[in-house]
Ligand binder design. Structure first.
Ligand code: ZN
Length: 277
């Protein structure tokens, strides 16, 4: 595994476009605190211009970098920062520039999404907001904002469903009934839409069945991982939707398959053999 891969595992980062070099880590004193600082670079080929929608890739030039600092969850009790060089792009058609986007943090936000989830988790414990703020190295105002952002403003059966829905699952809090919770996002705006405590099929069917059929028919794509119940969910409840396996889960799957194959081949040799090594 590469340095980049290990670093991302340690930092719990899934963004495939973010890479780390060998000398990506430093301990630095920032505002009187000793911090862990990781230096990474975010780059990819954009599919279309953010401003005018130009899709011709030759029209989208790479246009230098902009460094942003994102606060991550602590590593070994140290405040941990990610200094990310984000690729900038310039569109030859409209002349405007845009900047690469990452799943690590929301747009214009210097606190990682994982930190916000950790704050939300801390808020479920009997701790004061100022204590949570101190533990997570953020201001009490940030804690309050995170609390508000998790309010169940989420979809009522009267709200419309987007054209692209992204599904995934995660381990939420211990008291939920299923081992994994279900999370859903609008694939175009990247807005979190809903968290359902249990990702098992009957729960999800009951959840989506609250929407009238016309609403569900508006969904054209459902993007998810290989979790098979999603296939039956899409088949039964989204009449016009196509199920798409996203490239993160696809590459993760391929990577694991290669690893498995490598181990199988290695195990046919003795550990001292040259071929094994
Ligand atoms: Zn443009």
């Amino acid at each position: 595994m590469s340095i980049s891969h290990y670093t991302k595992e340690i930092l719990d980062i899934l963004d495939v476009n973010l890479t780390f070099e060998e000398d990506c880590f430093q301990k630095e004193a920032i505002n009187g605190d000793i911090c862990f600082v990781f230096y990474g670079q975010l780059s990819y080929r954009p599919q279309a211009c953010f401003h005018c929608g130009e899709e011709e890739t030759a029209c989208l030039m790479k246009w230098g970098f902009k460094e942003v600092t994102i606060q991550l969850n602590d590593v070994s009790e140290y405040k941990t920062l990610l200094k990310m060089k984000k690729q900038r792009f310039r569109c030859k058609t409209c002349g405007k520039t845009s900047i690469a986007e990452t799943s690590v943090a929301d747009r214009h936000c210097s606190i990682a999404r994982r930190v916000k989830l950790a704050i939300a988790e801390k808020l479920s414990q009997p701790l004061s907001m100022s204590m949570v703020a101190r533990l997570k190295h953020v201001s009490p105002a940030t804690v309050l904002r995170v609390l508000h952002s998790f309010k169940p403003k989420q979809l009522s059966p009267n709200t419309s469903l987007p054209e692209v829905l992204c599904f995934d699952e995660f381990q939420s809090v211990k008291r939920v009934s299923g081992a994994m919770s279900f999370i859903m996002m609008n694939g175009k705006t990247r807005q979190l839409l809903e968290i359902v405590a249990n990702r098992q099929l009957p729960h999800l069917e009951a959840y989506f069945a609250r929407y009238p059929r016309e609403e569900r028919a508006k969904v054209h794509y459902v993007v998810s991982d290989f979790y098979s119940p999603y296939a039956s969910l899409v088949k039964t409840l989204f009449p016009n939707a196509q199920l798409v396996i996203d490239r993160f889960h696809m590459s993760q799957h391929i990577g694991r398959a290669f690893q498995q194959q490598r181990k199988q081949v290695m195990n046919t040799f003795h550990r001292r053999q040259k071929e094994y090594k």
